[in-house]
Design a protein around this ligand. Structure first.
Ligand SMILES: NC(=O)C1=CN([C@@H]2O[C@H](COP(=O)(O)OP(=O)(O)OC[C@H]3O[C@@H](n4cnc5c(N)ncnc54)[C@H](OP(=O)(O)O)[C@@H]3O)[C@@H](O)[C@H]2O)C=CC1
Ligand SMILES: CC(C)(CO)C(=O)C(=O)O
Length: 310
């Protein structure tokens, strides 16, 4: 099975690097940048949990041939439309697209670009950050989940893909209720991504203070009301306890993807995360003051990077 990972940042590098230990038929796509150049010259270095380094030969391509069986989308949500629209004609209608990006609306973006292809969404429990060009820190160790495509051939491809991920050490399960999976991951991102981006802390450090824990609780509580209004049923106390446990055990040392965007003065995924909850609140007539304020503050930061005072 020939696999293309689109987006060679933290997660694209991690997944492609791990898959490469199982199959030679994995490629990464990204526009040229210093991280990409370093991978092509020296291989990808993954710094693992025990700080052991693995160097994996990988190729990051800028040209795509038509014969990819499966495309794993590892872009930031706001880049998906632009990047995949540019590449649109490079794929056959049989290619299975898998998005495991954070936030709401990812499958819908793919469906707009590839209305005739098999598509499936999922979530990542893994976590990583690009530490320097060609080097990533692997610091998130939860389970990944992927829904089931309707198409029979796509189901077979996905089963092979999930097997490769599991053999590569990235624990991955197929999920029957992909909406529940997406919302469960959203609760995590609503709290950790926004709070780490605003405080410049690693995930686990949000939990060091009662104030941090209370903020996590307030942000998630608001979102649970929205989830219910969208037909997704969740138990408030169970979800909050689960999010805290994950922050303590699965990814405490990770620098969240939104923190990395803020540190590198890039656009964040706030619109697909806290902004999406705030928008759904408006749709359902439910107040979401915490998510509104967080979205507003992140947007003010994004719009004023060049004016920041050190
Ligand atoms: N990091 C983490 O721990 C986790 C992240 N996620 C999710 O995974 C997804 C990917 O995140 P992550 O890997 O952290 O993101 P990164 O920012 O590290 O990587 C994104 C990649 O997309 C590339 N890209 C963006 N725009 C373009 C473009 N126009 N053309 C070509 N390439 C482009 C970037 O290249 P360039 O640098 O040149 O712009 C970069 O290599 C996100 O949805 C995130 O929320 C989920 C779980 C954990
Ligand atoms: C789970 C978490 C918070 C790991 O850092 C993540 O999904 C992210 O950083 O985007």
């Amino acid at each position: 099975m020939k696999i293309l990972v689109v987006g060679a940042g933290a997660m694209g590098s991690l997944f492609a690097g791990r898959l490469k230990s199982q199959t030679s038929e994995v490629f990464l796509y990204n526009r040229e940048n210093p991280h990409v150049e370093k991978i092509n010259q020296c291989g990808l270095t993954i710094i693992e949990q025990d700080n052991k380094k693995t160097v994996i030969p990988l190729t990051v391509v800028q040209e795509i041939s038509k014969d990819y069986d499966l495309v794993l989308v590892m872009l930031k949500t706001h880049a998906t439309k632009t990047v995949l629209t540019q590449l649109k004609d490079s794929f056959s209608s049989q290619t299975l697209f898998v998005t495991m990006q954070n936030g709401l609306g990812n499958l819908e973006i793919l469906a707009e670009i590839f209305p005739n292809n098999p598509l499936v969404a999922g979530t990542m429990g893994s976590g990583a950050s690009v530490e320097s060009d060609g080097r990533i820190l692997h610091r998130g160790f939860g389970t990944n989940f992927i829904g089931q495509p309707t198409d029979k051939r796509a189901q077979e491809k996905l089963a092979d893909f999930v097997e490769l991920l599991n053999h590569s050490g990235l624990a991955t399960e197929l999920a029957d209720d992909v909406q529940a999976v997406i919302w469960n991951k959203l609760f995590v991102n609503l709290a950790y991504n926004s709070l780490t981006a605003l405080t410049r802390l690693r995930n686990g450090d949000i939990l060091n203070t009662i104030d941090g824990q209370n903020l996590l609780r307030s942000i998630i509580t608001e979102a649970i009301e929205i989830a219910e209004a969208e037909g997704v049923h969740v138990d408030l106390e169970k979800i909050i306890a689960k999010c805290i446990k994950m922050g303590q055990e699965q990814f405490p040392a990770n620098k969240s993807s939104m923190l990395m965007d803020i540190l590198h003065k890039r656009k964040t995924e706030i619109d697909a995360i806290n902004g999406a909850v705030a928008n759904l609140g408006k749709k359902h007539g439910i107040l979401t003051p915490y998510n509104d304020m967080i979205t507003g503050i992140i947007k003010v930061i994004e719009a004023n990077y060049s004016k920041q005072v050190d």
